[in-house]
Design a binder for this molecule. Structure first.
Ligand code: THU
Length: 139
């Protein structure tokens, strides 16, 4: 599918303003594009109990699932004004893998930060050979 990365990054940038990050002051916005063409946005949501903080990527994916989205993720844009590029954390990479197309290279991750330069990865490049629930033998 034709992906307009600038448009997706602009959505991530816009939503990052709503980040709830009083503890780290590290704002993150994410916009997830599905194969359906639908886009869902999310921000990091922190908590006084630091460890239960929700990342922007998982916030956006949760919003998609709650809206009834059934297609695969085509791309995700992540924006943080506080860092050069904000790569998804390990937990978010695992969440992306859950909703990725069979060829995980087709899930594109596009990042932009304070330097204003964007960079794009395929999910396979930053999260190769992910855990799958396919090869266990249960007696
Ligand atoms: N954060 C995200 O929202 N996404 C990531 O992939 C990495 C980290 C947030 C969590 C926390 O609110 C802040 O950034 C600092 O870790």
């Amino acid at each position: 599918m034709q992906i307009n990365y600038d448009e997706l990054l602009n959505k991530a940038k816009e939503v990052s303003k709503n980040s709830y990050s009083p503890y780290s002051k590290f704002k993150v916005g994410a916009a997830v594009l599905y194969e359906s063409g639908n886009v869902y946005c999310g921000v990091n949501v922190e908590n006084v109990s630091y460890g239960i903080t929700l990342c922007a990527e998982r916030c956006a994916i949760s919003s998609a699932i709650a809206a009834g989205e059934k297609t695969k993720i085509a791309a995700i844009a992540v924006y943080s004004p506080n860092q050069k590029n904000c790569l998804p954390c390990g937990a978010c990479r695992q969440w992306l893998a859950e909703f990725a197309p069979d060829n995980t290279h087709d899930l594109k991750i596009v990042l932009e930060g304070c330097k204003g330069e964007s960079v794009a990865w395929g999910l396979d490049e930053i999260f190769p050979d992910s855990f799958k629930f396919t090869n266990c033998e249960i007696d």
